[in-house]
Design a protein around this ligand. Structure first.
Ligand SMILES: Cc1cc2nc3c(=O)[nH]c(=O)nc-3n(C[C@H](O)[C@H](O)[C@H](O)COP(=O)(O)OP(=O)(O)OC[C@H]3O[C@@H](n4cnc5c(N)ncnc54)[C@H](O)[C@@H]3O)c2cc1C
Length: 461
């Protein structure tokens, strides 16, 4: 078992577009979740000799751990998880803990536009079934992830955005039979919170907030007690294939596997495997957690809800009033790793707090961290065996919405790996690999231009 004492210091400047891999045995990002999750679960220590395994899973976040858990529990397959750093080290320990009813980043009206009403209905029905898998896990007796709240509040930051929410809500209610409600500003203020930017909101009935790292610890414990192995500090540095065997080179030994699942999300390096190279755009998001709010501050902000909250900006803010009376809030951050510590990133979040809740202007934010999300180039995730002649599988492209989706994705990924594809595998998340970007080398330049446009758009619309 590897302990925290033997770890290398956290490197905030890591950049998935430039660096070969996310390191070896590096400490967690300085998130609130790491400080409040308790002792990390037991693990099987780094790989220290060559191993022969049936299934190797690269990446030990929600996806890798839950896939190992489902492989063991549903299919009797004991997988070996190879994690470069620690259990849940990537986005899994850095997110907002918002379990949404979404797949990828498209709205339901965008599903209708892209695939038509019938497919949108199928997608929606399947998101509900997928969410049930997540919900059951959050209530599992061996998982102590503090689930609470039932619903999701989408706050309109402008009148135009509120008109958009009204249209979206009508589509949800009338076409998908998903009973959402539009609230006017006064209703939001009296029943939920007084966000001074709020022009109204859409309330969705589904959504669960959780402690993400405790959830990951739970997945890891169940996976291991069901027969899986979890090896931290074991990055796959090189990958060779010969006679249908995969040779995964880690610093401590070569892992020979018949099947490999890639669960590296926004931390996927271009040189890991050609099937995943350049299929995601790693985008940095950040978060702060404030000190405990006083009763006076809570009353002034009318914070009367623990629901998931997101605003409608293109560069959106996502936030929650945590059970211990702190505010958690985050947004998009720097474009490159080298700019990650630039004070202007923190200022963007602090300015948002001051605009939304003036009494909290200048409040101490003892926690500030960031992570790299895996944004799919068509905003939809994939769970797939991209080349049927190779025993390689991946689930990626969650586009910033992986807390709940990863539970369903792992369940389906385990089915594919076990060779027992279940129901509804004709949905667009299963039928094609993640698309590449046509102008791959210029993606960062495009991101600069897009962020400038989004800032302008968010201000004036
Ligand atoms: C600031 C922030 C806020 C977010 N908020 C939310 C939210 O509120 N709700 C929501 O739904 N989603 C949110 N997300 C997204 C969500 O956290 C992710 O979608 C989810 O955690 C992805 O899980 P994963 O297991 O697929 O990947 P990750 O948790 O990123 O894990 C990938 C792992 O792969 C490992 N790895 C990479 N390369 C190798 C290698 N070569 N060998 C071995 N291991 C390797 C990495 O070390 C890493 O631990 C947020 C993300 C960020 C950054």
């Amino acid at each position: 078992m590897q302990t925290i004492n033997s770890l290398s210091p956290y490197n905030p400047f890591y950049d998935p577009l430039l660096d070969d891999n996310p390191g070896t045995g590096i400490n967690y990002a300085p998130s609130y979740w790491c400080d409040t999750a308790g002792e990390p679960p037991e693990n099987d220590g780094p790989v220290t000799s060559d191993l022969d395994v049936d299934v190797a899973i690269i990446g030990g976040g929600f996806t890798g751990l839950a896939t190992a858990m489902f492989l063991a529990q549903e299919h009797g397959i004991n997988a070996t998880v190879l994690e470069a750093n620690q259990v849940g080290w990537g986005c899994t320990s850095r997110n907002g803990g918002q379990g949404h009813l979404v797949w990828g980043r498209l709205s339901r009206s965008q599903w209708v536009k892209r695939w038509g009403v019938e497919m949108a209905r199928q997608l929606h029905d399947n998101t509900l079934q997928g969410f049930e898998i997540f919900q059951q896990l959050t209530e599992h007796p061996l998982i102590d992830c503090e689930p609470y709240g039932h619903g999701n509040l989408l706050i309109a930051h402008s009148k135009a955005a509120l008109r958009g929410l009204k249209t979206e809500s009508r589509l949800c209610n009338e076409i998908l039979s998903y009973k959402t409600r539009v609230l006017n500003h006064a209703e939001v203020k009296s029943d939920y919170l007084d966000d001074r930017e709020c022009k109204g909101a859409m309330l969705e009935p589904v959504g669960i907030a959780i402690h993400p790292l405790k959830l990951a610890y739970g997945y890891s414990n169940i996976a291991r007690s069901s027969g899986a192995k979890v090896h931290p500090s074991s990055p796959v540095l090189e990958w060779k294939q010969k006679n249908n065997i995969h040779y995964l080179h880690t610093p401590g030994g070569i892992v020979r596997a018949r099947s490999v699942a890639i669960a590296t999300a926004g931390y996927t390096s271009a040189n890991l495997h050609p099937l995943t190279a350049f299929r995601n755009m790693p985008i940095m998001a950040n978060s702060v957690v404030t000190r405990i709010l006083t009763d006076e501050e809570i009353a002034a902000c009318k914070l009367n809800t623990h629901l998931l909250i997101t605003d409608t900006r293109k560069l959106r803010h996502y936030y929650r009033f945590l059970p211990d009376k702190r505010l958690q809030i985050g947004t998009r951050s720097a474009i490159s790793g080298k700019d990650a510590q630039n004070p202007k990133n923190l200022k963007v979040v602090q300015d948002a707090i001051a605009r939304k809740f003036p009494i909290l202007k200048g409040i101490e934010t003892p926690w500030f961290w960031h992570g790299w999300m895996d944004i799919s180039h068509d905003m939809m995730p994939r769970i797939i065996q991209p080349d049927p002649s190779q025993q390689i599988f991946y689930s990626q492209g969650y586009s910033g919405n992986g807390v709940s989706f990863s539970a369903y994705a792992s369940f389906k990924l385990a089915e594919l790996i076990a060779g027992k594809p279940g129901q509804k595998n004709d949905l667009p998340i299963f039928t094609s690999p993640l698309p590449k970007h046509a102008l791959q080398p210029f993606r960062r330049l495009g991101q600069h231009l897009l962020y400038s446009y989004y800032k302008h758009y968010d201000k004036f619309r």
